[in-house]
Design a protein around this ligand. Structure first.
Ligand code: VGL
Ligand code: ZN
Length: 259
């Protein structure tokens, strides 16, 4: 890996540089907090999770997240936003504008109802859950909750912007066609530990956490700073994350190492 000098020795300067990088990784974890989709529509708007089976109150994530931001020194903070165009594939209102694939359980798009899953024509064909219109770009519903603390200078990660593909994870869309800026941001900061919270545990928070594990980050889902849609799916999401060696903790257990 190293340049060998003419006298057969490792280039000292290069060694020094590598060593500085390594030692940062070894003794000094670099932490990121990713706040997922704490947006009006999921809290009190068109896709309010209080109307979903788990009947969670999305507003309850705001206080623990703000407390974390006030008390824990994360090296960096990111806010993801579900950010859909009007003609987005996930909206029930738009289902008749696209072709269903012959493998779709629901064959006539006029029969499709909110929260149904259909298979759209590809290529390749893909399954899509149909949601009420939500988080339309620049609308009130797409705004972060007004009481959520925004750490100055923290990047916003916009997802679900392509009308033809949904994006639960803040890293990749559901078909993994394209990545957001998040992974290059984390890589640029040398992040080792990814703390994830927000809405919804069983959808966007879970998908983000799974991709974080896949990318090799030590991944921590902050349970009490997250709320979800279906109790069973929330439990399955946490179990799947733990099976992948992620961890699930409460916010009072979050103690990123400080230098
Ligand atoms: C989400 C459903 C549709 C989420 C986004 O943020 O969990 N859920 N779009
Ligand atoms: Zn969405």
């Amino acid at each position: 890996i190293f340049d060998i000098n003419q006298d057969g020795r490792i280039d000292a300067k290069e060694f020094e540089l590598c060593w500085q990088k390594w030692i940062r990784k070894i003794v000094r974890p670099v932490s990121a907090l990713v706040v997922v989709d704490v947006q009006n529509d999921f809290i009190s708007g068109s896709l309010s999770i209080s109307n979903c089976p788990a009947q969670h109150n999305g507003e309850e994530v705001v206080e623990p997240i703000n407390r974390l931001l006030d008390t824990v020194e994360f090296d960096c903070v990111y806010y993801s936003l579900d950010w859909h165009p009007e003609n987005h594939v996930s909206f029930i209102d738009n289902v008749t504008q696209r072709k269903l694939h012959e493998s779709s359980e629901i064959r006539d798009s006029k029969d499709a109802k909110t929260y149904d899953t259909v298979t759209f024509e590809g290529p390749p064909p893909f399954r899509q859950k149909l949601w009420p219109r939500h988080c339309v770009q620049n609308s009130w519903g797409a705004k972060l909750h007004e009481n959520l603390k925004i750490v100055e200078g923290s990047p916003f990660i916009y997802k679900g912007t392509n009308p033809e593909v949904d994006s639960y994870s803040a890293f990749w869309d559901n078909s993994k066609l394209s990545a957001t800026a998040l992974s290059s941001e984390l890589m640029g900061k040398g992040v080792t530990d990814c703390y994830i919270c927000g809405i919804a545990t069983d959808y966007c928070v879970g998908a983000t956490a799974c991709h974080s594990v896949e990318l090799g980050y030590r991944t921590i889902l902050i349970s009490d700073a997250s709320r979800g849609i279906t109790l069973e799916d929330i439990e399955d999401t946490k179990q799947k994350l733990m099976d992948g060696h992620g961890v699930v903790i409460n916010s009072d257990e979050v103690k990123p190492m400080v230098q």
